[in-house]
Design a protein around this ligand. Structure first.
Ligand SMILES: *Cc1c(COP(=O)(O)O)cnc(C)c1O
Length: 394
């Protein structure tokens, strides 16, 4: 077995392309342009181009859908996270998972704060509350958790921890518009949740973010914060930035809301199909989702155990690319291995065992609404061929 796996490693298996054109990793489904323009036109004609009526409509529609008191639209999830940390007045350390996109960590660094990395759960791949508890010191003031790929965090355990230690709890919900925890929509939890509306997510505004919270004081500060800190008195409440959402972006998101349920359904079907087709293969494993939770499948990823699968994660990615199938390694390397973050990770890096394992084995497959059943089956088949090493040569 060992000699076979090293042979596979040495030569990228030459699989003949399954697809005549490259199968893109992501392809956003956008609403009809006429619909967007119809929503946008009144503001455009009135010369109200940013942070006006359509932004207000989007905020109301989102607050109602997610059953949360306040929704504040911003220019991106990154600026939303930056402003939430600033508006909450956090001065101490923040516990964050290392296994996430770097924008999560950047929001911490931009505020001049120190991230303390916590490991992720080896089954759900979201931050492990028990390891967050291990990392807490008297300097820790907040937890910034991530609903990874749209899989809800262990929200209750994090809430208990936050209550017991008087910590702020914020969720990076960039992937999770449409997710639910035990039947409750993501968006209601912690002190605030922050969504992304950039083109790789399910709800697309072109660029944009949404902060949801039940805290009226925080919502008010965020409305100031996205507008240089000013609420209209020309005497800023805090050092804000320009993080306003434009009317056009809001119109795009508002139209996109109508597509969301169909997107969620289709992505869940694709994920189920991938798992059914791939689980017979040795050495592959999958993200665990709690029975009562709703996952958006913003991303669908598999783990490849090289010993059992007979191929490494990197060789599998190369093999699929040779077959014209684009994949991503989300999220590799994890934050504590990146140069901006190494100085914060060194103390704990030997303890981030699940993070290191998952990040070294993870491969994200194409998943979006317009993928046909045949394409999904062809991707799964290509993976099987790459793994078996029985693919056509030359
Ligand atoms: C995409 C993403 C962000 C950043 O979202 P923007 O809207 O592009 O700023 C933040 N966190 C995670 C986990 C993401 O995937």
């Amino acid at each position: 077995m060992a000699s076979q796996s090293s042979a596979v490693q040495k030569h990228i298996p030459a699989l003949s392309p399954v697809f005549p054109e490259k199968l893109r990793f992501i392809k956003p489904t956008v609403p009809a342009l006429d619909d967007v323009i119809e929503r946008y036109a009144p503001s455009y004609q009135a010369g109200m181009l940013t942070n006006s009526a359509v932004v207000g409509q989007l905020e109301d529609a989102v607050a109602e859908r997610l059953q949360v008191r306040h929704c504040v639209a911003v220019s991106s999830c990154t600026t939303g996270l930056m402003l939430v940390l600033r508006a909450l007045g956090i001065r101490g350390d923040i516990a964050v998972p290392s296994f996430t996109f770097f924008a999560t960590g950047h929001a911490v660094l931009w505020n001049g704060l120190r991230p303390v990395f916590a490991d992720c759960d080896r089954h759900t791949w979201t931050v492990d509350p028990a390891d967050v508890a291990n990392e807490l010191t008297e300097k820790t003031e907040a937890i910034l958790a991530v609903h990874l790929y749209g899989n809800p965090c262990n929200v209750e355990a994090l809430e208990r921890l936050a209550t017991r230690h008087k910590l702020k709890l914020i969720f990076d919900a960039a992937h999770a518009f449409g997710s639910a925890r035990n039947g409750r929509p993501i968006g209601q939890f912690g002190d605030a949740e922050v969504f992304s509306l950039s083109p790789t997510k399910l709800l697309v505004a072109g660029e944009g973010g949404l902060v949801t919270t039940n805290d009226a004081t925080l919502a008010r500060l965020l409305r100031a914060g996205r507008n240089y800190g000013d609420l209209g008195g020309y005497d800023p409440e805090l050092i804000g930035i320009n993080a306003r959402m434009s009317e056009y972006n809001a119109a795009l998101a508002l139209s996109g809301l109508d597509l969301l349920d169909a997107k969620l359904k289709r992505r869940n079907t694709i994920a189920t199909t991938y798992t059914a087709l791939l689980s017979p293969l040795p050495g592959l494993s999958f993200q665990r989702v709690a029975k009562r939770d709703e996952h958006t499948y913003k991303d669908y990823s598999i783990l490849i155990d090289e010993q059992q699968a007979g191929i490494s994660r990197d060789a599998l990615a190369d093999c699929l690319l040779a077959a014209n199938i684009e994949t991503k390694k989300y999220f590799y390397p994890p934050l504590h291995q990146q140069k901006l973050y190494r100085q914060y990770g060194w103390k704990t890096s030997t303890r981030l065992t699940a993070t290191d394992l998952i990040a070294s084995r993870v491969l994200s497959l194409p998943i979006y609404e317009s993928l046909s059943d045949e394409t999904v089956a062809a991707v799964a088949n290509a993976i099987a061929l790459c793994c078996s090493g029985n693919q056509q040569r030359g």
